[in-house]
Design a protein. Structure first.
Length: 163
């Protein structure tokens, strides 16, 4: 087999369209299909395999198929790695969130009065308005506001000093 520049250019021009169509049907992406075909020709030029003229088209199509399978495996591996990283990030965020919630609960338990805790619980956990909270506890809305403001200030200050 003659690996002259002219012969190789003719081989490229004659076979590229068929190889590209096959590659595109496998990888379903124009850039990846071009890369696959170009990689086959690059490997062929560098390796100069001993292939008879009658087997040349079959060789090129098989090499293109193999290169596309390689691209698809790389895609799948990349996707699996990205999914694993996302799962790890979610797990880390969940752990961090749980740790912060535990720390917040500890601060509330250690630094707030029972009335402050009850006001926060009704307003934030039970999602009651200031007026509803005031009615349940038998205090004024101004007192609810005072409890919430004072409690949040204590929590912020304790967090700031803890860090």
């Amino acid at each position: 087999m003659d690996y002259s520049k002219q012969w190789f250019e003719r081989l490229f021009k004659d076979n590229y369209p068929l190889m590209y169509r096959m590659a595109f049907s496998m990888v379903e992406n124009a850039d990846d299909a071009k890369d696959a075909v170009n990689q086959v020709f690059t490997q062929m030029w560098k390796g100069k395999p001993k292939v008879s003229d009658s087997q040349l088209r079959g060789y090129l199509l098989a090499a293109t198929r193999n290169q596309c399978l390689h691209i698809l495996r790389q895609r799948q591996l990349r996707r699996q790695m990205e999914e694993a990283l996302q799962r790890d990030e979610v797990a880390c965020r969940d752990e961090e969130r749980e740790e912060l919630l535990h720390e917040l609960q500890q601060i509330i338990d250690d630094n707030l009065t029972e009335q402050d805790k009850r006001v926060l619980q009704l307003h934030y956990d039970e999602e009651m308005t200031y007026a509803e909270t005031a009615t349940v506890l038998g205090i004024s809305t101004a007192a609810v506001n005072k409890h919430i403001t004072r409690s949040l200030a204590k929590i912020r200050e304790t967090f700031k000093n803890a860090k």
